[in-house]
Structures are given as structure tokens and as C-alpha cells.
Unconditional design. Structure first.
Length: 260
């Protein structure tokens, strides 16, 4: 697989921090407006902030300078023998599916933004009132708007992460391996993935925040998988367990290089 994919240009860590600070500022402004009882201002600011957050994040993800890639892929994956890898499924298709996961996250972010705009539009056709209605209605409106901005941030972050992983897998390819998933106390969010490649080198991988939980495919025995990417942007690809299923991609990251 080549490394010349011009589409993968997600924003840098600094830009993502700036996006997080922006969202924190928006939430703070919404809370202040809610406390002051400024109903129409709250609705307009909330809707505009959701839209600006989406546009700003989109710009960072597509036009921002990508973080420096890992220049030593052999530190994370065994050297490739130059032959096209074979599997019971098409690895090229699964590589492109990583990009699709990022697109899906973007679409969810867009849907949240559209929902916020719809709420603001509905508020605009109501009788003009500058003060938040008495009771829980005003508080609920503020919580919904703040939650929408935070939700957009989460979806955008997920999109950026998946596209970075897509770029890393395109650059370095997949390697066959065996994995053993450790899930302390049955909690998927604390799982660790012990990987042994076919050259007998090993690496320990840690899942990242995602709806693709490693615990969903974790078993008490070792499993044949494919591993791709490098450093913080790696993926474990579990083969389908039942006919008609897709392989299951789990985003992971390595804190230390593999041990020969």
C-alpha cells in the first residue's frame, strides 16, 4: 500500500486543543445567558455556536497541517516482506472502511448541528420573549444547546482520529498477528490488547474512546487478527465471527514500540 493519500489531512493536536477551548467558551457563554434569563439571545448564540463549531472543526480537519507521522514503522509493525497480504476478506476494502468511519462521525456531527438549527428556528417562530420561561423549560433548552456543542466536538474528534488511522494504515499496511484481550473486572473501557506478530515480536496496545469497543470481540483465548498503523494511530482488525458480518475494527494506540 502506498503512502500518497492526499485526502488524509486532519488537524494537528494544537488545533484540536483550540477547538476544545472554543467549545468550553461556548458552553460558558450559554450558561451565563441562561443564568441571566436571556432566552432569545441564548437560542441564537447556541445555534450559531453549533454551526460555527462544525465549520471550524471541518476546516481544521481538512485543511489543517497533519501531525508528523511515525517515521519508523518497524518500531510498531514487523517489516513487510513485500508480498500482498492475504486474508478471508479484502484488506483494501477494510482500509477504506476506516475512512468511512470518519465520514460517518462527520455526518453525525452535521445531524446534531442541523437539529440545533431546527430548535433555534422553532424558537424563532414562537411569541417573542426575551426571558427564559419559568420552570424547567429554559434550563432544558440551555442543557440541550450546550450538549449539542459538546456532541459536535466528540463527533469531530472521532472523525479526525479515524482519518489519522486510515492514513497510517495506508502508509504502513496490515500485519497478521495473534491477540489476547485483557478486560479487568469485565470492563471494556479498561481493556488491554497483547499482540504477538508472526515474527514472534510483541506489543501492548490500549483502546481509545470509541463506540468500537475491544471488549465486544474480547475472548479468553488468543485470536487471529490484523494490526495496522503506527504509534498512537493503530487499528486491530478482528475477522468476522459469523457469515455475512464485516470485520470489526478497533482503534488502539501503543505507548511503547514492539519488543523483538
Amino acid at each position: 500500500m502506498g503512502s500518497g493519500d492526499d485526502r488524509a489531512v486532519p488537524g494537528s493536536t494544537g488545533c484540536r486543543v483550540a477547538l476544545g477551548l472554543w467549545c468550553a467558551l461556548v458552553v460558558a457563554v450559554l450558561v451565563v445567558l441562561l443564568v441571566l434569563g436571556r432566552f432569545l439571545t441564548l437560542a441564537v448564540v447556541g445555534g450559531a455556536s453549533a454551526l460555527l463549531t462544525l465549520l471550524y472543526a471541518f476546516t481544521l480537519s481538512w485543511m489543517g497541517k497533519e501531525e508528523a507521522p511515525e517515521h519508523e514503522p518497524d518500531a510498531w509493525l514487523p517489516p513487510s516482506d513485500g508480498r500482498r497480504p492475504t486474508a478471508r476478506f479484502d484488506l483494501d476494502v477494510e482500509t477504506e472502511r476506516l475512512w468511512d468511519y470518519g465520514t460517518r462521525a462527520w455526518l453525525f456531527g452535521v445531524l446534531v448541528g442541523v437539529a440545533v438549527i431546527a430548535v433555534v428556528t422553532a424558537a424563532g417562530v414562537l411569541p417573542a420573549r426575551e426571558h427564559v420561561p419559568a420552570g424547567a423549560g429554559g434550563i432544558m433548552l440551555g442543557l440541550v444547546l450546550a450538549g449539542a456543542v459538546i456532541g459536535i466536538l466528540c463527533f469531530v474528534d472521532s472523525a479526525i482520529e479515524w482519518r489519522k488511522r486510515h492514513a497510517a494504515v495506508v502508509a504502513d499496511g496490515w500485519r497478521a498477528a495473534e491477540v489476547l484481550v485483557f478486560t479487568p473486572s469485565g470492563r471494556a473501557d479498561t481493556s488491554k490488547v497483547s499482540v504477538r506478530y508472526r515474527d514472534h515480536s510483541r506489543i501492548l496496545l490500549y483502546p481509545v474512546a470509541s463506540t468500537h469497543l475491544v471488549g465486544a470481540r474480547g475472548h479468553a483465548h488468543s485470536q487471529e487478527v490484523w494490526v495496522g498503523g503506527a504509534g498512537r494511530f493503530m487499528v486491530v482488525l478482528f475477522p468476522p465471527e459469523e457469515p455475512g458480518q464485516w470485520p470489526y475494527a478497533v482503534p488502539v494506540g501503543a505507548r511503547e514500540p514492539r519488543v523483538p
